[in-house]
Design a protein around this ligand. Structure first.
Ligand code: URP
Ligand code: ZN
Ligand code: ZN
Length: 479
């Protein structure tokens, strides 16, 4: 028996158009869009009068249960996908990040198995290339051809962990260019970070407020310049993740204008925090440690402007959640408060280089972008839809299945109440962390109803979804 959902009186906002219509979804796909559509017997009807209706949003940069800095990021696929949906995100693209010694094929299969049958939203992966040799090259070809992976991820940072050297970078980009695979990249010069960290620690600068000075704007800008140089020589298409500042955006934009295929991502934390958050007393600053770091206010203002002007393609999260009371305390400078990876007291002083990097935000991204972007007039509704979903679908080969409300697209729909106002709190969030970086912040607007392939997962702002509904989205390079 077919399942039919009709959304009546929808004020549909896509990235490039706005129209008033009913939407008829059958068996998970949008079948008809039009005025006064007839609803067959047994159809579920939702009246969207007074609301905005968006295509399900896409977060193209998350980490779920990431092994990182001696611990694992907090959300698994059950909590992470539920949190995503509660926030209006219906598709996640996660970074598969094997260790340098791990077999890439084993890694992608492990990452897929962590999500299969558990995720409630749809999902895909970028394949992390954390080593490149002949064997890895063969494995990567098979991963693209047989495993439905259409993008890679490289780290110029994290020396000794996920980071690769320049020869590996060149070979990865060359292979990507040959296969038509987009390469997503974390751009910070690893050597400069390592040397600056050593210098600051030698000067006794150990608290979370020194994280930003250890990886200044210039270090990220150098990473971006480095990557575009390699992209120019190899012809690879690149996507720079979590771009935090004006210098980096300008370098990437100039590269784009010179003909290099570059897309630019920023992430929600950079749009709402500035570096003073990492200076909060009593180690509270650790909650705001991520890499690249949160920048001074003028960069935040520039990112909004670049977003409004279309220089920035996407707003993701880089969701990498770590508990404050335990995991973040692995870098506490007070010997009485610092803990090891088993969260036992070390009795030794920690420092900012040991604080697991990341800010939980998968649930709040869309609300923050609406509240601080649309409601303040910094961006219009179409830019919002484009940056929070449509562009990611286009860049990563999911469009028009995802990222648009159109006949034939998946029925991933967000009915948004623009009049709702409320507050963010750890007490009500669905993420697994013991804190919210946005505690007590007011928000304007929320996803009232959220569907994934026609199934209602959130109704009246309340979870009604089921774990395991999510499907793996196989992607083809160059799609
Ligand atoms: O601070 C961050 N960004 N943590 C997650 C790992 C990464 O660099 O994406
Ligand atoms: Zn990164
Ligand atoms: Zn990341």
């Amino acid at each position: 028996m077919s399942s039919i959902l009709v959304i009546r009186n929808a004020d549909i906002v896509n990235a490039t158009e706005r129209l008033q219509a009913d939407i008829l979804c059958e068996n998970g796909v949008i079948r008809e869009i039009g005025r006064n559509l007839a609803a067959p017997d047994g159809a579920e009807i939702i009246d969207a009068s007074g609301k905005l209706v968006f295509p399900g949003f896409i977060d193209p940069h998350v980490h779920i249960y990431l092994p990182f800095m001696g611990t694992f990021s907090k959300d698994d696929w059950e909590s992470g996908s539920k949190a995503a949906l509660m926030g209006g995100t219906t598709t996640l693209i996660e970074m598969c990040c094997p260790g340098r010694g791990d077999d890439p094929m084993d890694a992608i299969r492990l990452w897929k198995s962590n999500a299969a049958g558990i995720s409630s939203c749809d999902y895909s992966f970028h394949m992390g290339v954390t080593r490149f040799d002949e064997e890895t090259g063969h494995a990567l070809r098979a991963i693209v051809e047989d495993e439905g992976i259409g993008s890679f991820k490289v780290f110029l940072a994290y020396k000794g962990a996920f980071g690769i050297d320049d020869t590996e970078l060149y070979r990865t980009l060359s292979l990507a260019a040959e296969l038509g695979v987009v390469v997503t990249a974390h751009c910070e010069n690893a050597e400069l970070v390592a040397e600056t960290q050593k210098k600051l620690l030698a000067e006794g600068k150990t608290g979370p407020e020194w994280h930003e000075p250890s990886r200044p704007v210039s270090v990220e800008a150098e990473g971006c310049h480095h990557l575009v140089t390699f992209a120019g020589l190899t012809g690879a298409e690149i996507y720079v993740v979590h771009t935090s500042n004006q210098n980096a955006v300008d370098i990437l934009d100039a590269a784009r204008r010179s003909g290099i295929k570059v897309s630019i991502e920023t992430v929600a934390p950079y749009l709402v925090f500035d570096n003073t958050y990492a200076e909060k007393p009593n180690f509270e600053g650790a909650k705001y440690v991520m890499s690249p770091p949160i920048r001074p206010k003028e960069h935040q203002d520039y990112l909004w402007k670049a977003l409004a002007e279309g220089l920035i393609d996407t707003v993701a999260t880089d969701h990498a959640p770590f508990d404050f009371q335990t995991q973040k305390h692995m870098g506490h400078p007070d010997p009485d408060k610092c803990v090891d990876a088993n969260f036992q007291p070390t009795g030794k002083a920690g420092n900012f280089t040991l604080i697991p990097n990341g800010i939980p935000s998968v649930e709040e991204r869309v609300k923050l972008l609406y509240t601080h972007g649309v409601a303040t007039g910094r961006i219009d509704l179409h830019t919002f839809v484009r940056a929070a979903g449509t562009r990611a679908a286009e860049i990563f080969g999911l469009y028009p299945k995802k990222g648009v409300i159109a006949v034939g697209s998946d029925a991933d729909i967000v009915i948004w109440d623009p009049e709702w106002s409320g507050e963010i709190s750890v007490r009500t969030h669905s993420m697994a962390t013991d804190y919210s970086a946005f505690e007590g912040w007011p928000v304007k607007g929320r996803p009232e109803t959220v569907t994934v392939r026609g199934k209602v997962m959130v109704r009246d702002g309340v979870w009604c979804g089921s774990a395991g509904w999510g499907e793996f989205l196989a992607r083809k390079p160059g799609a």
